[in-house]
Ligand binder design. Structure first.
Ligand SMILES: [Fe+2]
Length: 381
């Protein structure tokens, strides 16, 4: 089967890499900065503006991106960008500003509406405006993916096309030190689930495996350190790098069981994405293990588990023990008991998870009745 690998975004990574902005824009650029009010209030947006001003680059700021990337934010931002005749975009923030920024940069050069590209698969007319993604969390990987997830018609719907790759991504850990521990752990585990699902998924190939394995290894070593000490720059830098590697692997190889199961729970009960993924991680390993035994043995070994003298089946089992300890160290709860509303939701979630297109990439296909006990364990104390 033919497999493709394509990732054209330039990645600038490391402490102080924000200064690369000096080389990415010039006096002829009019930059549209897409961000949120929190990043303006804590002074992170100002760091970007200061560099642009020092280089005499004109800019306009849109700081009205909500926590979840709604289509209205794209539409509002686009009006402002066009009114100010901007020709480039800096998307600064977590997943929401990055996804909104991608679509604004795309619609600045492509006629028609967001709806036409999102729902009718309208063909791309022109390359997007120059886009530079600057993440301030380490998890979604959106900075290096060709996917924008935008809420439209009351659902989170991804728009995926090669035309959405940014010109550059700047991954500077100094922008991430203010992230509180529970955000560090849940966004970091989101990155781990991206790498895991890409690694065991049907769309994996040796190139995506290399990125996914490196991402998981970095997270095993550095995520607990970033969690217990947010000022640990080496840990922040490596967790941020892991999110990039996992993001590329996921974009190319696809997702699976975890994102399919967590999707309905997160949207019905408004659970943060990283948290809803984290609780499904051990269950995914248990469900997928027999389909990809060697890869689960490799995961056990990534965690330093001693597999000498064990059968592959026994060694793979250790991956689950290791993941549970990892989640416990990161203070991730075993379930979403506080969010649970009603019994009737469980079969609805199980069916929705089976129907998710992401589940097609999972190495083992579940039936709804196989998922019901998993949803019960996660939701009912
Ligand atoms: Fe995710």
């Amino acid at each position: 089967m033919s497999k493709k690998f394509f990732m054209p975004t330039r990645v600038h990574h490391g402490l102080g890499s924000l200064s690369e902005l000096n080389n990415l824009f010039g006096e002829n650029d009019k930059v549209f900065i897409v961000t949120d009010k929190v990043l303006v209030s804590i002074g992170i947006a100002k760091k970007v503006m200061d560099i642009l001003e020092a280089n005499k680059v004109k800019y306009t700021v849109f700081d009205d991106v909500p926590v979840n990337p709604h289509e209205e934010a794209v539409e509002k931002a686009l009006v402002l960008a066009k009114k100010n005749e901007c020709n480039a975009v800096i998307a600064l923030g977590g997943g929401s500003p990055l996804d909104v920024g991608k679509m604004v940069a795309f619609l600045m050069t492509n006629s028609g509406t967001l709806e036409e590209y999102q729902w009718d698969n309208k063909a791309t007319e022109a390359p997007m405006a120059k886009l530079v993604n600057i993440p301030t969390t380490a998890g979604t990987g959106s900075e290096v993916t060709a996917t924008a997830v935008i809420i439209s018609r009351n659902t989170k719907k991804g728009i995926k096309r090669d035309d959405l790759f940014a010109f550059a991504a700047i991954i500077d850990p100094s922008l991430m030190v203010t992230m509180p521990p529970h955000i560090t752990s849940t966004t970091g585990i989101d990155a781990f689930t991206h790498a895991y699902e890409a690694f065991v998924g049907l769309g994996s190939n040796p190139v995506t495996d290399a990125w996914a394995v490196e991402a998981m290894q970095l997270l095993v070593e550095f995520l607990p350190r970033a969690f217990v000490n947010g000022q640990d720059i080496e840990a922040r830098e490596n967790v941020a790098l892991a999110a990039v590697l996992a993001g590329v692997a996921m974009d190319q190889a696809g997702l699976g069981f975890i994102h399919s199961c967590s999707g309905p729970v997160a949207s019905y009960y408004n659970v943060p994405h990283g948290l809803s993924n984290a609780v499904f991680l051990p269950y995914a390993l248990r469900f997928n293990m027999l389909a990809k035994l060697d890869k689960h043995v490799a995961i056990a070994e990534m965690f330093g588990m001693d597999t000498t003298g064990l059968s592959k089946r026994e060694a793979a089992e250790l991956a689950i023990d290791a993941v549970c300890l990892f989640l416990s160290d990161l203070n991730i709860p075993e379930g979403l008991f506080d969010y649970f509303e009603k019994e009737e939701d469980i079969p609805v979630f199980a069916q929705a998870a089976c129907d998710m297109f992401l589940m097609r990439n999972n190495p083992r296909k579940p039936r709804p009745e196989e998922l019901i006990p998993i949803f019960e364990a996660i939701l009912k104390e």
